[in-house]
Design a protein around this ligand. Structure first.
Ligand code: X8Z
Ligand code: ZN
Length: 623
């Protein structure tokens, strides 16, 4: 699992979804007579037996579905796509059948809380619900694999006839990250966004088929199904994300305003007059992380270097060395060593001879220790940090492997994303110095502001992006965004939330959403928005446990067994109880709360407001 989508268990962590999907009909397994396929009786004990059979069967079927997914993403071709679509077809139709069978148990008198929760989680276990019509299901799984494969194999060739002119996502992303040349960046940005045009037609149909599947499960549309998985009334989920965005939006506005001013110094009149920032000059293909702009936005040039890219190269950090370094962090807080198979079976670098999905992901192949990451690691700080993120998923898998199958998941999907991100917050200048990646650290105001700016360009910048992706999909799924407006609606949301625009005209020939992995792979995205709030709550709690004094922004839990024990205890709970309870056990509160991220960045926020004094911040179309 991986990221949540059923089809895609693999990418991140949501393997369970997949796994679940794979499930064969639960009854034939045990707790029932295989010859007569008798269902357990309609009683509390019968519900427990039904759930026990589900857990057993899904666990048994899990490895095959995950293997199909793994091979399809690490060896993209027609054969592996065929195999994975067929595997998903079987899994999803069995899942639907089991959901149907589970209905009679859901409300039997006296049903245990665990069985009730398991039945609910079963229904929510896929982001890709199966339409009942087998032809439609087949079509759905084929489109899903095609979109995923197209993303992974995407290349832009400036001369279609000359393969030597083709560039993949890594090549094009490097241009954006390392180069402040307006035209070169624009060409790289436009090139990648050209690759997703082929997905447009498929996506229209894909949305229809997903909705068919959601209807068959009793939801109005698939967006509603996605929003139902948060242990709260479905209708309250969107307002909850709005509330959190309202807490952080003033901070983002100040950052956007400051960045825009500096970019104006760099690019002059090329910058738009409407207050937006062109997507292609943010240093990132999706304008979701502006860390590459740090040299331009660094508050104090003379207050210590935070250059990790240079030292990674100078110290010969290859992919395994980076991964070992990340493992050392988790080990230092008392987490177990990773099995040897992790290093043998993971994909750390881009193979030279075939197409693969390079988007980083973490996998649990068998729920019994065969964990892997799949990445294409370059020795850059961004990749270095991503490895720490992926390892958070890996340790979550290992920690909850002892839970029954249906509880082998994050407390919610935002938790899954927040585990490694919290550890990223401990990659402070002092930690990086301890492991030899940066020079001596000065603990003064200037150094703090520099470090805060760098981190904000990753974590604060991400927030509006994290929110807009699924608002677009929710709109597509509920019909408020029609196919004829797909791209225009996408840019409207980018402008509204991020204050980002395109410097070249976009049209409905384009399908810019498909240039983002999670859209092509049908992975829900609000999880990352939540993770960017939750990780600061987690960090605040863990730093307290670690006995850290001083500014939260300077806290690293590296080496703290006390913090590690508390964290591990949370990971072990998996999805066995409502996430609010899990959150309370770690942080003392049941609510997601952006005051932690606001407090964390308080020094930077004050500094930005001072820098922006007299400037009219905000942009056209902000709403
Ligand atoms: O997809 C990821 C991880 C894998 S779960 C690399 N992330 C989001 C993205 O890249 O869009 C982490 C940050 C947000
Ligand atoms: Zn992740």
């Amino acid at each position: 699992m991986s990221e949540g989508n059923l089809v895609k268990i693999a990418s991140i962590s949501i393997a369970i979804l997949f796994a679940l999907g794979f499930a064969p009909s639960a009854f034939a397994a045990d707790n029932a007579d295989p010859k007569t396929d008798t269902a357990p009786p309609l009683s509390a004990a019968g519900a427990d037996a039904f759930v026990a059979a589900l857990n057993k069967q899904y666990k048994a079927d899990y490895p095959e579905a995950t293997a199909a997914q793994w091979i399809a993403e690490t060896y993209i071709n027609g054969d592996t796509q065929l195999l994975v679509s067929r595997s998903n077809e079987r899994s999803l139709s069995k899942l639907s059948a089991d959901v149907e069978k589970s209905k009679v148990y859901a409300n039997v008198p006296g049903i245990s809380a665990a069985s009730k929760r398991s039945i609910e989680l079963l229904k929510l276990s896929t982001a890709m619900p199966a339409p009942k019509d087998p032809a439609k299901l087949k079509e759905l799984t084929e489109i899903a694999s095609r979109l995923d494969g197209e993303y992974g194999a995407g290349k832009f060739c400036s001369d279609e006839k000359d393969p030597a002119t083709c560039r993949n996502l890594d090549d094009l992303s490097k241009v954006l990250a390392n180069n402040r040349d307006w035209d070169a960046d624009l060409a790289a940005w436009a090139g990648w966004h050209h690759t997703s045009r082929v997905m447009r037609k498929d996506y229209v149909r894909f949305a229809e088929l997903l909705n068919d599947g959601a209807h068959d499960l009793g939801y109005n549309n698939v967006g509603e199904l996605w929003r139902a998985g948060y242990d709260m009334p479905t209708a309250e989920f969107k307002p909850e994300t709005d509330r959190l965005w309202g807490q952080v939006r003033p901070l983002y506005e100040q950052l956007q305003c400051y960045a825009r001013g500096k970019l104006k110094t760099q690019y002059g009149d090329k910058m738009p007059k409407d207050g937006t920032i062109p997507a292609h000059v943010t240093g990132n293909m999706w304008a979701q992380n502006w860390a590459a702009l740090y040299p331009l936005l660094q508050p104090y040039k003379d207050a210590g270097s935070l250059d990790v890219d240079g030292t990674l190269v100078a110290q010969n950090y290859d992919a395994p060395k980076i991964v070992h370094r990340a493992e050392d962090f988790y080990h230092s807080i008392g987490f177990p060593a990773l099995p040897a198979s992790f290093y043998e079976k993971s994909q750390f670098t881009r193979p030279r001879d075939r197409d693969v999905v390079c988007h980083a992901s973490a996998w649990d192949l068998d729920q019994a220790g065969d964990v892997r990451i799949k990445m294409c690691i370059d020795p850059t700080e961004e990749n270095f940090r991503t490895v720490y993120h992926e390892m958070g998923h890996i340790y979550y898998f290992l920690a909850y492997n002892g839970q029954p199958e249906l509880f082998q998941n994050g407390a919610n999907d935002g938790f899954h994303e927040a585990i490694g991100d919290t550890i990223q917050l401990s990659l402070t200048p002092a930690y990086l110095h301890t492991i030899g990646l940066t020079g001596a650290v000065t603990q003064d105001k200037k150094a703090l502001l520099n470090a805060q700016m760098k981190l904000a360009l990753e974590k604060v910048v991400f927030l509006p992006f994290g929110k807009m992706i699924d608002e677009w999909r929710w709109g597509v799924f509920d019909g408020s965004i029609k196919p004829g407006d797909y791209n225009a609606a996408w840019w409207k949301l980018k402008q509204k939330y991020q204050g980002v625009s395109s410097s070249i005209p976009r049209s409905e020939e384009d399908f810019d959403p498909g240039a983002k992995y999670h859209v092509a792979s049908n992975t829900p995205y609000m999880r990352y928005f939540m993770a960017n709030i939750l990780q600061f709550q987690f960090q605040r709690a863990l730093c307290q446990t670690a006995g850290q004094k001083g500014a939260l922004a300077e806290c690293s839990i590296y080496g703290s067994k006390a913090a590690g024990d508390k964290y591990w205890a949370m990971l072990q709970k998996g999805a066995s109880q409502p996430w609010q309870k899990t959150l309370k056990e770690l942080t003392g509160t049941e609510q997601m709360d952006a005051s932690a991220i606001i407090d964390y960045f308080a020094p930077l926020y004050a500094w930005l407001k001072q820098q922006n004094k007299g400037v009219s911040c905000g942009w056209d179309g902000e709403g």
